[in-house]
Design a protein around this ligand. Structure first.
Ligand SMILES: [Zn+2]
Length: 276
């Protein structure tokens, strides 16, 4: 029997899958990917994730608002989060967090930078921080954990999470930082999760981080439709490809696939409330 893995971060509600969702889920099953967690990126996307979890036994939902779209979020997202979190098969909140990689000033040419853009950057960061804090607050209220998206904003993300860390754990998804960042995350009781970047030729720094990450403190994910692992790199990604990611991860950890399967599935089952 082949080892079982979970895809702990997929965007099954994206239009990329609309034409053949039952086949996508079936291919995952045949590859041994027995659970898929579909992650919401705004209210409508979260509602679609919930609907998919009702439609497919192997699909579970995470509901929230992605930091990159924070500017469009309502001032108070908490009522919507509480409402969505009540639905069956909702196993965490997110994806939420901070992403400074597309600040308004960075989107413009360098010589356009002026005081106005600095102010826009500041507002953009404040809105992301508010929405992130609202996820953490509702998560702590409801006893749920958070799926965290962090890019170019590690320090701010950790300092937001820190006060909640006795009640809320985070999974730093699509983890791309180094060993010292990983250790600080684990110290807060949180975990990390690795994508197909592990298989990329230029992914040595991520492989080094995984090598240093204890077996019980990470999960695997595709982040599909993005980041297809080798040999599918550049194509649309899908949950079945966790298999390729797991094979590379097992060789980095120097452990049998069965052991990696047991550890990563246990970590996910413990992290996502109600995942079965
Ligand atoms: Zn995502």
């Amino acid at each position: 029997m082949q080892p079982i893995f979970f895809d702990t971060h997929a965007h099954l509600d994206y239009p990329d899958f609309a034409q053949e969702l039952p086949q996508v889920i079936e291919r995952a099953q045949s590859a041994g990917i027995s659970r898929i967690i579909s992650i919401g990126t705004d209210i409508e996307s979260s509602q679609r994730a919930v609907a998919l979890s009702q439609q497919f036994t192997s699909v579970f939902a995470v509901v929230g608002w992605h930091p990159s779209y924070a500017s469009n979020a309502p001032t108070d997202l908490r009522p919507a989060l509480r409402e969505l979190a009540k639905k069956p098969k909702v196993v965490a909140l997110g994806e939420t967090g901070l992403d400074y990689s597309r600040l308004p000033s960075r989107a413009k040419k360098q010589d356009d930078a002026n005081a106005d853009l600095q102010e826009q950057d500041a507002l953009y960061k404040v809105k992301q921080a508010q929405i992130f804090a609202q996820h953490l607050e509702v998560a702590s209220e409801l006893g749920l954990n958070c799926v965290i998206h962090q890019r170019d904003a590690l320090e701010d993300t950790l300092s937001h999470l820190q006060p909640y860390s006795t009640r809320v754990r985070g999974v730093f998804h699509c983890f791309a930082n180094d060993e010292s960042a990983m250790k600080r995350i684990l110290e807060l009781g949180s975990v990390v999760s690795f994508t197909g970047i592990l298989t990329f030729k230029n992914g040595q720094n991520i492989r080094d981080t995984l090598a240093a990450t204890p077996l019980k403190h990470f999960m695997l994910e595709t982040d599909c439709p993005f980041l297809a692992p080798v040999p599918y790199r550049g194509k649309r990604c899908e949950p079945a490809y966790v298999k390729e990611i797991a094979e590379v991860a097992a060789s980095i950890k120097g452990c049998p696939l069965e052991e990696l399967s047991k550890a990563t599935c246990a970590t996910a089952t413990e992290f996502f409330r109600g995942l079965f």
